[in-house]
Design a protein around this ligand. Sequence first.
Ligand code: SAM
Length: 180
Amino acid sequence: MQSADLVLVKSNPLDVPRIVKLSAASYRKQLHNIWWGAGCKTCLVAPDPIGSETLGKRYAASGDAALITAELEALGSDYQANGYTTIAQADELGHLLSLSKGQILLDIGSGCGWPGLYLAARHGCAVVSVDPVDEGLDVARRRAIADKLAERSLTIRADGAALPIRPGSVDAIVHSDVLC
Ligand SMILES: C[S@@+](CC[C@H](N)C(=O)[O-])C[C@H]1O[C@@H](n2cnc3c(N)ncnc32)[C@H](O)[C@@H]1O
């Protein structure tokens, strides 16, 4: 019997105890690998790498009046933002992207719709807001309705690394405070 160019046992009856010992050892090793692998997956690989549950709770509570006052003071926006992008920076993005009516803007990691919904309202474009957290997208949908943007706004629950969108189907992309 040969493995990786090593002769493990020969065709010799005296080698039978050796093959039995070898089989028992490889069985023990397989069990060891299974438990070790399972342990590593459970302890080291976070089942929810972006903390969706925590983010979901934060978005669900982000309509609190005190939080919106703080956001207005810090960023100048009232979109229940969860990042650091100020209204001046959002305006700069809109300017740099030359957004206009008829275009489609993709906002990856939109959270509650900041800054995509704001840019759509300001420049007349349509916006597709993508985020893996439902609670943020719910807020974005409600904001789009309140701002009469529902016909120009779409929310998609997805991972920005696996977008369910055909290449070339949007005119511009923003992602604010997503790769943090
Ligand atoms: C710091 S928040 C910023 C949200 C929003 N852009 C803002 O400025 O308020 C980051 C957002 O990125 C989203 N996110 C994290 N990983 C993502 C991924 N792989 N694809 C898309 N969105 C992601 C999170 O769910 C979260 O809503």
